[in-house]
Design a protein around this ligand. Structure first.
Ligand code: ADP
Ligand code: ADP
Length: 230
């Protein structure tokens, strides 16, 4: 099982302090919610945990080992994968390329034929039940909901230890699909961070939540015996 501990994370953009001394622990097999209004610092924390943004100070450990954000590859090497709110898949790629790009960057696919690449992508699509998407389609031809499911599927596939889901249901019509797959990851011991303003989802999935306000962690909430009023 896997655990992430981010300690005293501070990040500023020029004079704007986006995060100030934020500490966050993601526990094995749990979905931890990150809540906060616009400008609270959620995107900044997501970028830091994903590996793409360096904090000014503070430290992160995964399973007790130091994790230093430097690039998306630093995240991949550490077993962290993120489904970004902005849907990060480049529209000029095919579905297969989008799914396999991390492996290609590692050089794994350098000598593999096109046929094998397509088969491998098809297997990932089947594994994550993206039955309405095919490997050779271009990202640009997908609907918004399909792009979001592909973004999520890629993150699920790459998240060996830590999965970050930033507003993953914004374009989704079938939330059950996501919840089933997230539970498979937590059953496998993966630690999950879930950013959403949809509180019904948070109550359903997340035993704990951290609330950010103006870059500070102002509350760490136990939701495990909250009653569902909706
Ligand atoms: P959200 O709050 O839904 O995450 P935002 O609209 O706050 O989205 O931000 C969208 C993107 O723009 C994020 O990647 C964020 O880091 C970036 N961003 C937010 N505020 C600024 C700013 N003042 N200058 C430049 N980029 C910003
Ligand atoms: P949230 O995702 O909760 O909306 P962000 O992390 O996007 O919060 O933003 C936190 C603060 O940092 C905000 O004041 C925002 O305007 C600022 N900010 C975010 N990204 C940038 C950026 N690239 N350049 C300058 N300011 C930024």
């Amino acid at each position: 099982t896997h655990r992430l501990l981010a300690s005293s994370i501070t990040k500023s953009y020029g004079a704007t302090i986006a995060l100030e001394q934020v500490t966050l622990a993601l526990e094995p097999g749990q979905v931890h919610a990150l809540l906060g209004e616009n400008g609270a610092g959620k995107s900044t924390l997501v970028k830091i945990l994903s590996g793409v943004l360096r904090p000014n100070s503070g430290s992160i450990e995964i399973d007790g080992k130091p994790y230093a954000p430097a690039s998306i590859l630093a995240g991949r090497r550490a077993g962290v994968a993120t489904a970004f709110q902005e849907l990060s898949l480049p529209p000029n790629l095919s579905v297969a390329e989008a799914l396999l790009l991390p492996a290609m960057r590692k050089g794994v696919l350098g000598l593999i034929s096109g046929r094998r690449t397509v088969d491998e992508a098809a297997a990932i699509l089947a594994r994550y039940r993206l039955t309405d998407v095919s490997p050779l389609q271009s990202i640009a031809a997908l609907s918004l909901a399909q792009r979001q499911r592909l973004e999520i599927a890629r993150a699920l596939h790459n998240a060996g230890k830590v999965l970050v889901l930033d507003e993953p249901t914004a374009a989704l019509t079938d939330v059950g699909w996501l919840f089933d797959l997230v539970r498979e990851k937590t059953d496998a011991g993966v630690a999950v961070l879930y950013i959403s303003h949809r509180l019904a989802e948070v109550r359903q999935l997340c035993p704990r939540a951290t609330v950010l306000r103006n870059g500070r962690s102002v509350a760490s909430v136990d939701l495990s015996d909250a009653t569902d009023a909706d």
